[in-house]
Ligand binder design. Structure first.
Ligand code: AMP
Length: 225
């Protein structure tokens, strides 16, 4: 079993890379932001609570996100290993995750830190578009869909996340640098941090991540595709 954390600022490509890694391995993609957005679509209490924080680009309180994630990874599909995307984001969340893992005689094997400069992040976030139907992502600056507003994969409608406006994006980056950056040192001390250059082409980033996990990229190229 392998448990991996993808660490990096909003816009670093964690979601895109986590989906690919999950497709090419047996690991389950657990994205805290996706879980909140799903709860919001379903109109649950959790969704309503999260929305007030997400809209402002702030963080949902630790106890709420920790409970949600621990419930998710307790489900049987996660028994083969998990890719955490967007969690943990604070030292308190990291400590809670380590404790929960230890309770199950489990641990985090690797933390992949996607490093991308701030100016690139802002363009990536503000240009990001997501398909309403299949969740595929595009970027109006870097890889636009062939037909504006229409998903190349399934012809679904593309939308911009409400927290991807430039003002909210700047705030999310500030929050990241203040609260999430300390985690880099936390995992460095544990000797499990791998720094990946997140500015390279998407497929090269994937390859670097697989190599960091000691998985031969060629052996996984077609596993679930
Ligand atoms: P993301 O999709 O990871 O960019 O997350 C979108 C928003 O969900 C964030 O800006 C936060 O408001 C909230 N969120 C996601 N993950 C966490 C977390 N681990 N801790 C607190 N808030 C979170």
């Amino acid at each position: 079993m392998t448990n991996v954390i993808l660490l990096g600022p909003p816009g670093a490509g964690k979601g895109t890379q986590a989906k690919t890694l999950s497709d090419r391995t047996s690991l389950i993609h657990v994205a805290s932001g996706d879980l909140f957005r799903a709860a919001l679509r379903e109109g649950t209490e959790l969704g309503m609570l999260a929305k007030s924080y997400m809209d402002r680009g702030g963080l949902v309180p630790n106890e709420v996100v920790i409970r949600m994630i621990l419930e998710r990874i307790d489900r049987p599909d996660c028994s083969l290993g998990v890719i955490f995307d967007g969690f943990p984001r604070t030292s308190e969340q990291a400590v809670a995750l380590d404790a929960a893992m230890a309770e199950h005689n489990n641990h985090i094997d690797a933390v992949l830190y996607l490093r991308v400069p701030k100016d690139v992040l802002l363009r990536r976030i503000a240009g990001r578009q997501t398909c309403k139907t299949c969740g595929a992502t595009f970027n109006i600056y870097y890889f636009p869909s062939h037909r504006p507003g229409i998903c190349d994969a399934c012809t679904g409608k593309l939308y911009q996340r409400s927290d991807d406006s430039i003002e909210t994006a700047e705030h999310r980056l500030d929050v990241y640098f203040e609260l999430t950056m300390p985690l880099i040192e936390y995992y460095q001390r544990q000797g499990i941090l791998h720094e990946i250059d997140g500015q390279r082409e998407i497929s090269l980033v994937t390859e670097a991540m697989l190599l960091a996990l000691k998985i031969n990229p060629e052996l996984t190229a077609t596993s679930k595709e």
